[in-house]
Design a protein around this ligand. Structure first.
Ligand SMILES: Nc1ncnc2c1ncn2[C@@H]1O[C@H](COP(=O)(O)OP(=O)(O)OP(=O)(O)O)[C@@H](O)[C@H]1O
Ligand SMILES: [Mg+2]
Length: 318
């Protein structure tokens, strides 16, 4: 392990034997490294192998072959040491329904060996960070699904573990809840913790991750920082254009430009094209027609790249 890498995954494979059907190759030789202090996103559509990878890295499953090192320890031969280094939110919800949020936090802290004073200090910090103060006395059973999830993620930051795994942390959260949670995760990462999260929500990954790996069918499709991964997809340019309302044939005119897609929001059109020339042609022609009110050109989002990579390399779309 190099000093900078806190997680090193090499050629990791997991095959699930099925009694009647043929075995499932959930991971097919994936390799990636996560640097200390990074927020690293493991991305992929349903069934890609994300949870399987997290389960191996958190010692809940053993790999069929390949190696995974977490915090300097091999997950197979030094499971105990790995478990001391990490904490994890698994995809399934795990909160004590009949305990209050505060007591959920206390029992978690106690389980991890913190003193009562320490735990209460941390509860103070975490409930502030995750905006949970007013929920501390609520029983788990009375919380909405999204709030249960927020409590579960918050719990991970009660204890000081260098590596945090979050499998689909924001599942079921509304936009406001998600934003609070994402901001809290980001703030915690600034303290030097390494966070490995999985998501199929690309806007979330784009907002949060320093580096990402995209997998599908257990195979690595692309990895690197967001910009690097974006540049691996085809280039897409999105022209967002608003024209004079009396230019009624705008949609038909845009369709003639062979765009990848057109999305309309009232009088504004977001047109995705594959070349810079196409993007400029749309703007220039609209300008010459004297109908252009407003325009903006942007590069592809991670979402476009993700769909494109998955389509291109595996023929399967999300
Ligand atoms: N315990 C298991 N036994 C058999 N097959 C399994 C098992 N766990 C996962 N799989 C299979 O392995 C593949 C990868 O599953 P995994 O749960 O890792 O995907 P995922 O990327 O986390 O998907 P999601 O976004 O739906 O959570 C799937 O085909 C799944 O059916
Ligand atoms: Mg999963």
């Amino acid at each position: 392990m190099t000093a900078a890498n806190i997680i090193e995954v090499h050629n990791l494979t997991k095959v699930f034997a099925k009694r009647k059907n043929s075995p499932v190759r959930a991971l097919n030789g994936i390799s990636f490294n996560v640097e200390k202090g990074q927020i690293f996103g493991l991305l992929g559509p349903n069934g890609a192998g994300k949870s399987t990878a997290i389960k191996i890295l958190t010692t809940l499953l053993s790999p069929t072959s390949g190696t995974a090192i977490v915090g300097g320890y091999d997950v197979v031969s030094h499971g105990n040491e790995v478990r001391k280094t990490i904490c994890a939110v698994v995809q399934e919800n795990a909160i004590e329904l009949y305990l209050s949020v505060r007591n959920n936090f206390r029992s978690f802290g106690k389980f991890h060996g913190s003193s009562a004073v320490e735990i209460d200090k941390q509860i103070d910090h975490v409930s502030e960070l995750f905006n949970l103060r007013e929920f501390l006395n609520e029983a788990g059973v009375d919380l909405s699904g999204g709030m249960k999830r927020r409590v579960q993620v918050a719990k991970m930051f009660l204890i000081d573990k260098p590596v945090v795994f979050l499998d689909e942390a924001t599942t079921g959260m509304d936009t406001f809840n998600k934003r609070t949670t994402i901001e809290a995760i980001r703030e915690e990462s600034h303290k030097g913790r390494t966070i490995l999260l999985t998501t199929h929500l690309l806007d979330e990954a784009e907002a949060l991750c320093d580096a990402v790996a995209i997998i599908n069918h257990g195979v690595m499709l692309a990895q690197g920082c967001i910009e690097e991964v974006k540049s691996m997809g085809i280039q897409l340019y999105t022209v967002t254009i608003t024209c004079r309302p009396d230019f009624t044939e705008i949609r038909r005119w845009l369709e003639m430009k062979n765009p990848v897609s057109i999305e309309q929001t009232q009088g504004t059109f977001a047109v995705s094209v594959t070349t810079e020339e196409q993007a400029l042609d749309i703007i220039n022609t609209a300008r010459l027609k004297n109908v252009l009110l407003q325009f903006e050109v942007s590069r592809a989002s991670l979402e476009d790249t993700f769909v494109e990579l998955i389509d291109k390399k595996t023929g399967v779309s999300t």
